[in-house]
Design a protein around this ligand. Sequence first.
Ligand SMILES: [Zn+2]
Length: 440
Amino acid sequence: MFSLAKLALVGLLGQLCLAQMNSLEGVRVHDAPNYTRVVFDTRSKLNYQVFTLDNPKRVVIDFNDTAISQKLAPWQVDSRVVAGIRRAERQHGIYRVVLDLKRPVKSPEPFVLNPVRPYGHRLVIDLYWDSSEQKGVVQAQLDSQRDVVVAIDAGHGGEDPGAIGVNKVLEKNVVLSIARGVKRHLDAATGFKAVLVRAGDYYVPLRKRPQLAREARSDFFVSIHADAFKSPTVSGASVYALSRKRATSETARWLVENENRSDLIGGVGKVVLDDYDESVAEMLLDLSMDANLIHSIDAGETVLAALSEVARLHKGRLEQAGFVVLKSPDVPSILVETGYISNPSEARLLATSKYQQRIARAIADGVQEYMRRNPPPGSLIAVLGDSNTVRHLVKRGDTLSEIALRYDVSAAAIRHANRLHGNVIKTGEVLIIPRLGQES
Ligand SMILES: [Zn+2]
């Protein structure tokens, strides 16, 4: 009877111990610029040891009198410092957690936090990056804030004049001048750099054009044309994305035939005809191209909208056709037909530098708008963020009035948006450029 009571008491104590055992409920990892914070949530007050082990260096946390919560999901971390979190019950009542590290850290400085809503008991471990390494990391971060590279392809050139319009206006000359204008605008914008696929009056084979863009590590490819049609009444600007099926309109079919014949005219021989054989490799690229095409269509629509502000449109919507220059599997690519030099009034306009520059500005604006909405990871525009805000990095020699002129806003609006009291701006300063109509 007595022994039975004793057994019951032991059993009761066991139950009490279990009830008093702490429980690990969760973990969070936050990367700060120079340290990483790891936070453990526990049900009750903590009893723990933290130490490091070498080869490879790792941080070990032993939680005493602790069990794992049933509801704790597998721990996944995405951190610049913590490579992974392992856990195991070491011996009865001691629960061990190991942080595997991606980089050297100073000795950890753990501390506990008492419950504050919405949190309960917490153990915090700050892992400070080893400062000898830190400098390199910061530099790498700055280096990674690269410019977005836009490849601008002026159609035709050299032996291939492209379309020959009214008053002997040559497509190759009109589009080179527009391409140079697009480059000027993009180079002036913070976070953008433009490269010309063709920088003078020479011919570049069609297949070579997207290849040159890729070699320049371009994020975007825009081919610029100004074509002719058999009927002089046809006019207006168009934007194309690739279609691997049939062209979407009769004009488009006619243009594709003409543009894709360029290699014959430009002096590449029968390359184009050979390329109509669909190879297995090309079919394997299909999946990647489909994803790229979605981006190209989005970009094309954005550029078309920008063009609609300065030019008459051929059709009110993006068209698709099988232009050879658009067949890049991984760089969003569009082709802009700036107008028809077979139409007398459009030929006159396109021959003037004023109209060429208006078109150039619209193309540059559309490309920027699209890229700001889809900034490549690691680019400066991704860091500057906020796709609705245009920002300007002040370069040496910039003046407020010149910047205002460049973005078509008043100097007063820029002063207001940036809380400037005078006209003094500093090199390296980032100015918010208010949009037209947002000047109040
Ligand atoms: Zn052309």
